[in-house]
Design a protein around this ligand. Structure first.
Ligand code: BEZ
Length: 221
């Protein structure tokens, strides 16, 4: 797992933060040149993988493709990235189709210059300086970073969680609520806490919610 010291890789990077605008990019992909601006108005899962033609990444690509139709129903696009050439990406997605009967329909950035990987803090130099970590950035339709997840090289990501996360974020936006641990569509949601003493007392009487205590109230959607 290439842990070569590379002076071009800075030791300290600022990572995109939840709530901040997603860093702009323009990149060569398997679908031609794409920029962040091309995704205005859609949600986007931008994710990196360490390398083409590797087994864990292959299972992830098959997994991402499986959830892609469901993501599209949520107005959410997928965009992969690794520090490989576009030729390698093309050969790999062809190989995945041949060996795993899965046509990869989403574009993949060929980030040989590491421009995008550096902007998004996808490289963990103490893990590898030549491969991107398994990073996930959920970017909303206004191009704000809404969630960031990192997994190490050796652990494949959970596709159910990708879907659950987008659904949870969109539900919070639409209904001004929060979602509890392990929330699934159809489950009760958390009502944001009261900000005043009177508000806290009122909510205990509110028939539209169930309160265990003043700080812990849930409701159906
Ligand atoms: C893999 O995708 O199988 C993999 C890639 C880099 C390091 C370890 C595993």
């Amino acid at each position: 797992m290439g842990n070569v010291k590379n002076n071009n890789v800075q030791e300290v990077r600022s990572l995109p933060r939840i709530g901040s605008p997603a860093p702009k990019f323009e990149a060569i992909t398997t679908h031609g040149t794409l920029s962040l601006d091309d995704y205005k108005g859609s949600w986007l899962i931008l994710f990196s993988h360490p390398a083409d033609f590797t087994p864990v990444c292959t299972t992830e690509f098959v997994g991402f493709q499986k959830i892609y139709p469901e993501l599209k129903k949520l107005n959410t696009e997928l965009l992969g990235l690794s520090i490989d050439s576009v030729h390698s990406h093309i050969a790999w997605v062809r190989n995945i189709e041949e060996n795993f009967d899965t046509k990869i329909e989403f574009p993949v950035i060929a980030d040989l210059s590491m421009d995008v990987a550096e902007k998004y803090g996808m490289i963990m130099p103490d893990e590898s300086t030549t491969e991107a970590s398994r990073a996930v950035f959920v970017i909303d339709d206004k191009q704000i970073v809404r969630a960031v997840i990192y997994y190490p090289l050796t652990t494949g990501r959970n596709m159910d969680e990708m879907l659950r996360l987008v659904k949870a974020l969109q539900t919070s936006d639409e209904h001004k609520v929060a979602t509890p641990a392990d929330w699934r569509e159809g489950d009760r949601v958390i009502v944001p806490p009261a900000l005043t003493q009177d508000g806290a007392a009122e909510r205990m009487e509110d028939k539209n919610m169930e309160c265990v205590d003043f700080y812990f109230c849930t409701r159906d959607l």
